[in-house]
Design a protein around this ligand. Structure first.
Ligand SMILES: NC(=O)C1=CN([C@@H]2O[C@H](COP(=O)(O)OP(=O)(O)OC[C@H]3O[C@@H](n4cnc5c(N)ncnc54)[C@H](O)[C@@H]3O)[C@@H](O)[C@H]2O)C=CC1
Ligand SMILES: O=C(O)C(=O)[C@H](O)COP(=O)(O)O
Length: 379
């Protein structure tokens, strides 16, 4: 059996070598000729899996993407050929929540705001949106959820209207890229929506670039009429409109979900799906291959203040590292993709165990470290 795996899939060889020959490929340039003898094809978001990629292949039984988003996969085409498909829903939701928290802590400090006073509207209340909600509400931040499809489907949570989203202090986007239909998200934030926002607000996009009309955003940014911007995703990646960069407070190359733990989880989820397809027992897990983080525990002796929380979060992940690296690399040839390919190690908050002297991990400010994502133990 020939298993073709994107070269940027952590532990791909370790997880799949027992199934047959593992062959890695570069996700952006992979061709139909290259994968014509693949039995199994495992990709990331940069590979379009469609009729033209699989036209020469008659063996393929299984396609997997180690991502949450599936907008790069022609699922109907796979169904028409009876090819089993699997994605990795939820694999990187924690990483995205860590990203949003890290970014918000930077911006509120820069603007001398208090995070607790902000209302955060979360657009899309699925895996990543819910992880952001859980993390921020654990700190005591007031969060609103906006998700008409879930609301219509009877999700028991309370949802807000789009007008309330636009009035929130912070808007964080967590929807899939959909081009058609009643809930299409292509340019959900178009010129007229963007015009309703103001420079006091904060707009975070860690889902897909096409959810915001980047051209309209640039026009308004030049007129200084946009919120503080945190952009992880861009229209037309990797050839993004670099003119936007000076107007973006935190800019990163689609790495919100790129913690080592999340990416390894994505590979693991495909391994489990393939075991199920082939009716083979699941023997491996991602933690078998992921090393312990460089900082493993820290002792908290006093109360957990907002300043201390910020230090703890940024000790594990400070988004400014990625913003600085991105601004340096973006003008290099293949800078966008190279930074993703050689992404420096980043761990999730759960890799830090916070030792508390007694049962005071919930401070008077009601900051619950465990719910934010840290591992908490009493000393
Ligand atoms: N920047 C990054 O590294 C990452 C980006 N993503 C992107 O974020 C997207 C969301 O991820 P998940 O939360 O895991 O997906 P999910 O499928 O669990 O949740 C998406 C939610 O958006 C809702 N939704 C759909 N259309 C909507 C609309 N028009 N308005 C409001 N809500 C709408 C859905 O009902 C669903 O609840 C993914 O599709 C992917 O494209 C995901 C992970 C990492
Ligand atoms: O899961 C998703 O959806 C994402 O956006 C991933 O974080 C994208 O990672 P790559 O597949 O592009 O490496």
């Amino acid at each position: 059996m020939k298993i073709y795996i994107d070269e940027n899939m952590p532990h791909g060889e370790s997880f799949f070598e027992s199934f047959g020959e593992v062959i890695t490929f570069s996700g952006r340039d992979v061709t139909a000729e290259q994968v014509q003898d693949a039995d199994i094809l495992l990709v990331r978001s940069i590979t379009k899996v469609n009729q033209s990629l699989l036209a020469l292949n008659s063996n393929i039984q299984f396609v997997g993407t180690a991502t949450i988003g599936t907008d790069h996969i022609d699922i109907e085409y796979l169904e028409s050929r009876n090819i089993t498909f699997s994605s990795a829903p939820g694999c990187n939701k924690i990483s995205v929540a860590d990203y949003v928290l890290s970014a918000l802590l930077v911006v509120v400090e820069q603007r001398q705001l208090t995070l607790l006073n902000q209302t955060v509207a979360i657009v899309g209340a699925g895996n990543t949106g819910t992880a952001v909600y859980d993390c921020l509400t654990a700190i005591g931040v007031n969060c609103l959820l906006y998700d008409p499809p879930l609301q219509k489907a009877g999700d028991p949570r309370s949802f807000c209207r789009f007008e309330e989203v636009l009035a929130a202090d912070v808007i964080s986007l967590h929807v899939p890229k959909t081009m058609v239909g009643p809930y299409k998200t292509l340019h959900l934030f178009n010129q007229s929506v963007l015009e309703k926002l103001n420079p006091q607000q904060i707009l975070i996009n860690a889902c897909r670039g096409e959810v915001i009309d980047n051209k309209a955003l640039l026009g308004l940014a030049i007129e200084k009429k946009v919120p503080t911007l945190v952009l992880d995703v861009w229209e037309n990646e990797p050839d993004i409109d670099k003119q936007l960069l000076p107007y973006v407070t935190l800019a990163t190359p689609h790495i919100a979900g790129y913690s080592l733990d999340s990416r390894a989880r994505g590979t693991e989820m495909l391994y489990i799906a393939l075991c199920e397809k082939l009716q083979i027992p699941v023997k491996l897990k991602s933690t078998d291959f992921t090393e312990q983080s460089n900082i493993s525990d820290i002792t908290l002796s006093g109360d957990l203040t907002p300043e201390l929380l910020k230090s703890l979060v940024h000790l594990i992940y400070d988004v400014r590292r990625d913003d600085a690296l991105f601004r340096k690399k973006v003008n290099e040839v293949n800078g966008f993709d190279n930074m993703r390919k050689n992404y420096p190690e980043r761990r999730e908050l759960s890799t830090l165990t916070v030792l508390t002297p007694n049962k005071r991990q919930v401070s008077p400010q009601m900051i619950d470290l465990k719910k934010i994502g840290f591992t908490v133990k009493n000393k």
